[in-house]
Design a protein around this ligand. Sequence first.
Ligand SMILES: CC(C)(COP(=O)(O)OP(=O)(O)OC[C@H]1O[C@@H](n2cnc3c(N)ncnc32)[C@H](O)[C@@H]1OP(=O)(O)O)[C@@H](O)C(=O)NCCC(=O)NCCS
Length: 201
Amino acid sequence: MSNIAKMKFLYKFFRKKIWQCQLGRGSLLYDSAQICNPQNNPKRIQIGNHTHIRGEILLFKHGGKVSIGDYCYLGEGSRIWSGIEILIGDRVLISHMVSIYDNTTHPMRADLRHFHYREILVKGHPDKIDLSEKRVEICSDAWIGSHAVILRGVKIGEGAVVAAGSIVTKDVQDYTLVAGNPAKKIRALEKPPAHFMAWNE
Ligand SMILES: CC(C)(COP(=O)(O)OP(=O)(O)OC[C@H]1O[C@@H](n2cnc3c(N)ncnc32)[C@H](O)[C@@H]1OP(=O)(O)O)[C@@H](O)C(=O)NCCC(=O)NCCS
């Protein structure tokens, strides 16, 4: 490896924080990608094979875990912020500017929220805090449209589609299109043929 190639590798390694996650074969962290893992345990952010990341994956200091499967996409400006667990299957497309949270991100009580904010500014995120965490799951073959928001406790079913700009507050059934704020069922979607399902097993 030439010196320039070595420098390029080191630049990518440090700038994109590759060591903060487990990155599968053929997966890419683009220049816009951000990995923020204050737990300093790369096993807490697992990215499968052939997955392309342009957005941000952030764990809180007090908890959080993110697992993304194979052949997924996380678009630019999209954020996955975990305080407990966010599980994403295979072949999931997450467009740009999507937000996915498994917690409230700040306390609901005004005084606690203010002191939380000040602590973040001065010392960073706290080691211990209750942010009403509830696990999020996005099953395989789902597609999340741009500017959608997925809130804590939600399960998005297999092959489901979340329309652009939707705010998802409740579970979405398999192969269902939802849209709006709060997201509501628009219609059922066609399932892929059996050979696609068999091919993916
Ligand atoms: C959902 C989507 C794919 C369209 O699917 P579709 O099956 O063609 O749906 P239609 O356009 O026929 O709309 C069906 C109904 O859903 C509503 N709808 C569609 N998209 C909506 C949205 N984003 N928000 C609110 N309602 C929406 C329509 O108004 C329509 O309502 P109606 O039956 O009362 O008239 C498209 O609207 C969308 O959101 N695409 C996301 C694109 C994107 O984010 N791309 C980024 C690159 S990955």
